[in-house]
Design a protein around this ligand. Sequence first.
Ligand SMILES: Nc1ncnc2c1ncn2[C@@H]1O[C@H](COP(=O)(O)OP(=O)(O)OP(=O)(O)O)[C@@H](O)[C@H]1O
Length: 368
Amino acid sequence: MTEQIVNEALSKVTYPGFTKDIVTFGFVKDIQISGNDVSITIDITSSAPEVAQQITDEAQAELKRAGATSATINIKAPQMPKESSSKGKNIAPQVKNFLMVSSGKGGVGKSTTSVNIAISLAKQGKKVGLLDADIYGPNIPRMMGIADIKPEVNGNKVLPINAYGIEVMSMGSLMEEGQSLIWRGAMIMKAIEQFLRDILWSELDVLVIDMPPGTGDAQLTLAQSVPVTAGLTVSTPQSVSLDDSRRSLDMFKKLNIPIAGVIENMSGFIAPDTGVEYDIFGKGTTQPLAEEFDTEIIAEIPIEPSIRTGGDEGKPISYVAPTSESAKRYAAAAESIWATIEKINAEGGVDNQAVQPTTPPGVSACSM
Ligand SMILES: Nc1ncnc2c1ncn2[C@@H]1O[C@H](COP(=O)(O)OP(=O)(O)OP(=O)(O)O)[C@@H](O)[C@H]1O
């Protein structure tokens, strides 16, 4: 065996969910050869045990096929956080991490992103919940194919609905179809609190929260009720959207929420017949904004007809077409988000003490 033979063998092992192999990704860190016995260290970004197992099995098979008598594979993976290291007020303590998905304005694909990121995280081995806190236009039930399902009520608690391997709750599942509510500030705050306190979420690794568009009472209430581990901004490349996105990123900063990145949605168009990617609104225009807030674009999601039909029909692309280009980009973004969450926890977690209301009980903030 030589290093070249080993590298050639390992370049046949693709990283689960991707088309690239582990050598091209640069995950192979150390190769030890003694005669025909090989020992390899592979450094991966996912903490999901099935990812490590699949790589180990395939690497061993390829090395043996290339002539190795024995192949030892040492996988180095980030540790799943056992408990969140976050501090401060938490009215849903069984949830270890909270990911706030936000956008400056409506219609940019925030719900679509929340659904596909939640599914991707679940496929990577995390226990995931998806809370549709977009009380003005709750469309997660339709996107998750559960529009006709009513949740089970247990005393004054409600059980989340299971779909595509994740726990889901939405105002849309609690209201009659076509019903609308006019939300006052106090009602929004109460609704957000109840979503966290009165929904029987399991012990979740992460709760993905699809926020209403903009930066208002719902965002502040969420940040005050639970320590939000990270925030994700969804943006489109048009400049108007960018101004709105700046507000969304600035809100994270003001609420002391670490930023997990920006997803540039409707970034180019992939022609379904040729697979060629076209630039429409100016792909990559979000980059300077990301840099301004010391973060990065963790995915450029193209306009793809199957993303829209998947949403309309309740068949999310990340679940029904996992090998599509968009599903792979959502998966890579989910890995990046999880790496950020682990880093935040390793560095001591977040603390929402600083954003708690400062007015004494019974005194309105307006009178201060
Ligand atoms: N990349 C994409 N390609 C094709 N269609 C998309 C894409 N992203 C979103 N859409 C479609 O655009 C519409 C708006 O998306 P979505 O509901 O996710 O936006 P939103 O930001 O959550 O909106 P709102 O703030 O109104 O809730 C939906 O019909 C969705 O299927």
